[in-house]
Write a new protein. Sequence first.
Length: 232
Amino acid sequence: MSVRTEATAATLEQVGDVRLEFGEDSESCGESSDVSMLASSHLLRLASPVFNGMLQSGMKEAQQSVIKVVVATKQEFMTFYNLLGLWAWSTDKVTKDNVDSLLAISDYYQVDIIKDACVKLLLTLPVTGARLLQAHKHGLKEQYQRCIDHLAGNSTNEDLTVLRSEPDILLEVALRKQEVLNPSLILKRARKEIEKCREAAIFDSDSSDDEDDAKNRKRVKKVLTLVLTALK
């Protein structure tokens, strides 16, 4: 009587056909498990247009079946890679402890589903100068503006010290702070924009042949005039 053994699915490492190498010493260490890992080229190509480009026929990475990873440690990349597996993805896998490394990796390799989850979490975390620089580096517009607005009214010495490395961003915080402390600047800008809209409404009402459109523009003109008067 034969004994039936329980079958198990292959791990991501077992189906690996390309070697990822990490760190500056990876070449001298060869295939050491401390600085390299096996990965599935199919999974990488499906998840990332960057990996797909690297692993196309004729590219050095495809010929050598080796890719150097410079944006993460092996442990950080393993966390990222394990999220690519079948049924592995869930937004709650992105936490405050791994969001920074996952953002850097997903942005570099253009894996939008993970990057979007990172952005969603970052929008709930406390604002710091480092978070502002992070948003600038990775092009996170909503997070960037959120950080600018917060730091304009609540920046610490530590935040300002961090921002000294980016004078343009520090200046933007300072200008936003000036607006917060001096609301008249905002009102002045609002008056200019409303005046432009009012003038446009006047011009359009003179050139339109449609009676209903002309009436609507006159109403807009009247409202804008009232708002402009209130702001003076």
